[in-house]
Design a protein around this ligand. Structure first.
Ligand SMILES: [Zn+2]
Length: 458
């Protein structure tokens, strides 16, 4: 009997250990974890303007988040920006939030802070039982700057005369470093770039008036500083009047029969369509897609002037079509389409050598739909030239070329009836008239004189 009692006692101890002590140890081990919460703070740039949308993500995988506290400290004073407690759940009393994005709009001026250096402080704790229930905590301090003043823009260039389809140059000085600055022409933005002078606050921006923008178009300078403070300023400019020519292009069955095979790959799935419908698809849709490619290529540029002096025109060539000719396409006497011709068509003898209009960097040398074999040169600061319908190309993307260097030969690839060079110029994604750039006195009066005035050596 005694022996039996002893056995039962022993079994009770085992039962106690297995059913209570071991699980308690396991729970204790889980709930005493020492992994601190993580704070991912989105603070780039660390500058607070009139309003800063401060965003962060807190996470704590093991015990869950308990509390977060964010304060802004400056000149011996602290203001709490955010204080939040998270709930628990389950029999283990863990936090029910393991990951949470938080956002707080901070308006330093309304909180009574003045401009200058300050400190952002953040504390996050979790539901761990560590430290007698205080949990694990993460503390972060970040140096920040409060800047509620808008940047000042001083315009250094004076005459800004521009016509539809024309180019102009503005030179300006910013009062502080900015995230973005440039010129708005209507709803189109032309970014400014550091001029590369000893004074890093001097910027220049080429801007254009599109062929269909005229008098009444708003032209303004804008600068946005690192804190998001924005300044918009008008500056002296004069918009000249210009009208463009009308032209009729007759589409013949012969032209369609000779041209459509070249576009076969782009016309896949359209074999049931009539030749004229396939032509219209090329003239509208493919044209639009090609423009998107050009927009993408001309979105970035070198911040360096590659060109010098007047731009070269194809030697010994006759002008067949001009910039911004308003073209009506007819088929069997009926108007079927309307497009604007955004370049100059220059015809010489077939397969004529094409010299680079000026120094630049080759940023495109490929087949491009209606343009056929096409080369695009980046001349720097957003100015580009485009050579289309080529029969042969001698240069490759990435290569720099000098003025007059041979790029390739004229041809009739793409939507061209006969051998010629289609020559375009662009300011970023806006086509501009090459005639200004072929004119030495226009360049001198509108561009070079301004560059000289700030000591820029071309
Ligand atoms: Zn053309």
């Amino acid at each position: 009997m005694k022996e039996k009692n002893k056995n039962i006692k022993w079994w009770l101890v085992v039962l106690f250990v297995v059913c209570f002590f071991v699980p308690s140890l396991v729970v204790l081990f889980i709930r005493m974890e020492k992994e601190a919460p993580q704070i991912k703070l989105d603070l780039d740039p660390a500058v607070f303007g009139m309003k800063k949308d401060l965003t962060m993500t807190l996470s704590d995988e093991k015990s869950g988040l308990k509390k977060v506290w964010v304060g802004l400290f400056k000149d011996g004073r602290e203001v709490v920006l955010l204080e939040k407690e998270f709930p628990t759940s389950g029999w283990l009393r863990k936090g029910s939030v393991n990951r949470v994005p938080l956002a707080v709009a901070v308006k330093p001026k309304e909180l009574g802070f003045t401009d200058g250096e300050g400190m952002l402080r953040l504390v996050a704790t979790d539901y761990s039982w560590r430290g007698w229930g205080k949990g694990n905590h993460t503390y972060i301090e970040k140096q920040i700057k409060i800047d509620t003043k808008s940047p000042r823009i001083e315009v250094l260039s004076d005459a800004h005369n521009i016509s539809p389809g024309g180019t102009a140059l503005a030179i300006y000085k910013l009062s502080e470093s900015c995230e973005k600055s440039g010129i708005w022409v209507g709803d189109h933005f032309y970014p400014g770039y550091p001029a590369g002078l000893a004074d890093p606050d001097i910027f220049m921006a080429f801007f254009a008036l599109a062929h269909d923008q005229g008098k009444g178009t708003t032209i303004q300078l804008e600068a946005v500083d690192m804190a998001g403070n924005r300044t918009k300023a008008g500056f002296y400019h004069y918009i000249k009047k210009k009208t463009f020519r009308k032209d009729t292009i007759r589409i013949s069955d012969n032209f369609l029969a000779s041209k459509l095979p070249e576009f076969e790959a782009l016309l896949a799935g359209r074999s049931q369509q009539s030749p004229i419908d396939r032509f219209l698809y090329i003239n509208r849709d493919i044209r639009g897609e090609n423009k998107q490619t050009i927009d993408r290529i001309t979105a970035n540029c070198e911040e360096k002037i590659y060109w010098k002096g007047v731009f070269r025109r194809l030697p010994g060539s006759a002008t067949r079509s001009r910039f911004a000719d308003q073209r009506t396409y007819t088929y069997k006497g009926k108007a079927i389409d309307h497009q604007v011709h955004l370049g100059e068509d220059l015809a010489s003898s077939a397969h004529s050598s094409i010299p680079a209009a000026n120094g630049g960097k080759v940023v495109f040398a490929e087949y491009l739909g209606i343009y056929g074999n096409t080369i695009i040169l980046d001349h720097g600061f957003g100015l580009f030239s485009l050579y289309a319908h080529l029969s042969g190309m001698d240069v490759e993307t990435g290569q720099t070329v000098n003025r007059g260097e041979i790029l390739g030969r004229t041809g009739k690839t793409g939507l061209a009836g006969g051998d010629h060079l289609h020559f375009s110029m662009l300011v970023h994604d806006t086509f501009v008239t090459p005639r200004e750039w072929w004119d030495a006195s226009w360049i001198n009066n509108n561009i070079s004189s301004k560059l000289k005035s700030i000591g820029y050596v071309e």
